[in-house]
Design a protein around this ligand. Sequence first.
Ligand code: SF4
Ligand code: SF4
Length: 434
Amino acid sequence: MNNKFDFTKISNECIKCGKCKPVCTIFGVNEDETTSPRGFIELLGAYKRDELELDINAKNIFESCFLCTACVEACPNDLPTDMIIEQVRYDIAKKYGIAWYKRAFFFLLRHRTIMNIMAKLGWVFQTCGLKIDHKTQGAKLRFDLPIEKIKPMVEGRTLPFANRKSFLNSYPANIKIKNKDKKSNGKVAIFIGCMGNYAYTNIGKSLLFILKKLNYDVFIPKKQLCCGAPAYFTGDFDTVDYLIKKNIKYFETFIDDVEAIIVPEATCSAMINTDWEHFLHDQPSWQKRAKAIAPKVVMATKWLENSTNLKEILATNGKKMEDIVTYHDPCHAKKMQGVEKEPRELLKQNYTIDEMSDPNACCGFGGVTMQSEKYHIAKAVGVKKAAMINNTKATVVSAECSACRMQITDSLGRTDSNVIFKNPIELIADALKN
Ligand code: SF4
Ligand code: SF4
């Protein structure tokens, strides 16, 4: 693959102003110039000039970025630090290979049928090894693992667990509003994302409930595959290429029949409507096809707020709820798609909102590598987010992102917090239920 970005040019354009440093997630943990946005840019410039070898030390440095895009938002020159790091991770993957368990995971993402079988097996056997808490939607290991290498990744950790049936296997592909007196307001498709499909299935169920209230027909594209984000952030570009093209070909079969493809997941939405196009920069015909799809792919709260009268319905027919909500801005929602007001506008119709001190600060999810080999860093960032949440009066923390959910639920689980996590779509559906 050709480099989309000229590392030398970007390195020259960095004026070293340091505006990116205070907002940088990894700099906030390490407080080391090397792992700061301008440090990464400097090193990548040197790498391009053959003055820096991509050795284990450099690999570790480039894998410590959370790809949160906070630096891009702060940079006066809009330098794409996150994207050049995504690019160098491809070189890292080529040089060092990809760990077996990540390859196994990406293999499952490419093969939905096998993933379904694995999720089912996981559901059958998970109670043997996991203590499941349905209230927090999290599970903890029942026993200590004797493997020293894995121990730090799982000790005291709250993990998501598989549901009995995936979202995609729970409903028919076409759902029409049944009430003959009501005229359909249109038709939308749902892209659910892998975590919403297997673990947090109440998000999709809630979204269907809301769409029914709004008199929308729904198409659930059964052959949708992972958006490719986990593989993209890990440098497995073969898997990304495969998933994007499979999805594009499939989306093209129904895109003209729906008003929008709504996504209750910030990362999947940003990956499809922004990163697919970047990834396909050196394949113009595919890039054109990705570009044609992108405008219809939109985060669920954005579409519900801007294209429907849901807010009025919530204000007039919704219940006043007792829960106090604090809203966390997923990096891929606010920074990448400008979605921040929409979920709040909808939620405040029925809930009291108590903002945390810095809702825009990254929760520390960071991707597959961060959640495995570099989990100690993810944990350090999570501690700060949990403290912010616990310092509010909130009983619920919400974000339209299941990666944030996994990370925040784990971070809260390490404190004495009673705060639980819900996607805004679940909260909105709760307010509409009689
Ligand atoms: S993407 Fe986030 S963690 Fe990475 S350099 Fe930018 S601000 Fe820092
Ligand atoms: S804000 Fe932009 S220009 Fe300034 S140091 Fe950071 S990357 Fe360089």
